[in-house]
Design a protein around this ligand. Structure first.
Ligand code: GLU
Length: 292
């Protein structure tokens, strides 16, 4: 029996929802609905220094104004530290992580990467890092085709728990996707670079790897992601024109939709990830400059 389709949109509430995030939310939603699957929203607020409850609320209000509603109660990562601790403990028992006292300044000479296990003291403030692997990861991305990661895990031991006790995105995202039974990830191509570490964690825990598809990223004229760091604006709530423009970046041109609900239901059968094959970036059209 095949596993039921369960997709998700998992924003980090470090700012309001911007145009690029709406495109990602729509891609995961349309894919789930086309498969008659479930779609859930998860708030990835593990980083207590950058995420705020006000942004979580604002993002959810905006999603709801576009009729993008979670099929289940929304999961907040900030409420599940005990679970991430449990899985970190398993990695400690298996000697797959090490404590690290390195500072950002120490790591500057390696461009911020942490290539080797360091002789750190567990008695001092420390993070927990994953031991490096020489495994070559390859997987077939539903949208980008065959992706190979030969170097990613060789030269970096990622942080799983920070010195200030916050868990990293890498550990939390894998644990939650597994525990929530997520079968399909559809997300932005900026996250391709996190995938090798996630595949490694799936392997260590012996969990099945979900189907993964990375949609092209909407970028500004400098080729940068539309993001909070680049001062992306909050999108307007419940605006049909914004929705239609966002759908156009997924290759869906609608005519005659007179409201958001209608537009979404017209878009579901038209969603075709094949149209985005092998494209990692889409420049923002001149008419859409107002979104940034
Ligand atoms: N929380 C991540 C972000 O907002 C996305 C995680 C994912 O889709 O895997 O960039």
């Amino acid at each position: 029996m095949s596993t039921p389709y369960r997709g998700r949109f998992a924003p980090s509430p470090t700012g309001p929802l911007h145009f690029g995030s709406l495109v990602s939310a729509l891609a995961s939603y349309l894919d789930a609905r086309q498969h008659n699957g479930q779609w859930v929203i998860r708030i990835e607020d593990v980083d207590g220094t950058r995420c705020t409850p006000a942004y979580s609320q604002q993002i959810l209000t905006t999603l709801s104004s576009y009729h993008l509603e979670s099929d289940e109660a929304i999961r907040y990562q900030s409420q599940h530290s005990d679970l991430y601790e449990h899985y970190l403990e398993q990695l400690k028992q298996a000697d797959l992580v090490f404590p690290c006292n390195c500072t950002r300044k120490n790591l500057a000479k390696h461009q911020g990467l942490h290539p080797n296990i360091c002789p750190s003291q567990i008695s001092q403030a420390h993070s927990w890092r994953l031991k490096t692997s020489n495994t070559l990861y390859q997987y077939t991305d539903r949208i980008q085709g065959l992706l190979s990661f030969t170097e990613d895990l060789k030269h970096n031991c990622p942080v799983l728990k920070r010195k200030d006790d916050f868990f990293s995105y890498q550990l939390a995202v894998v644990v939650d996707d597994h525990l929530q039974g997520i079968s399909h990830l559809v997300r932005g191509a900026d996250l391709i670079e996190t995938t090798a570490q996630q595949l490694y964690l799936y392997d260590i825990f012996g969990w099945p790897i979900p189907s993964i598809g990375h949609i092209p990223l909407v970028v500004n004229s400098q080729g940068d992601k539309i993001s909070k760091q680049n001062h992306a604006k909050a999108i307007m709530d419940g605006d049909l024109q914004t929705l239609l423009r966002a759908l156009s970046y997924l290759g869906i041109q609608l005519e005659g939709a007179d409201n958001i609900q209608h537009a979404l239901s017209q878009a579901i059968p038209l969603w075709s990830p094949e149209r985005l094959a092998n494209i990692t970036q889409m420049p923002l059209a001149s008419q859409d400059q107002t979104f940034i």
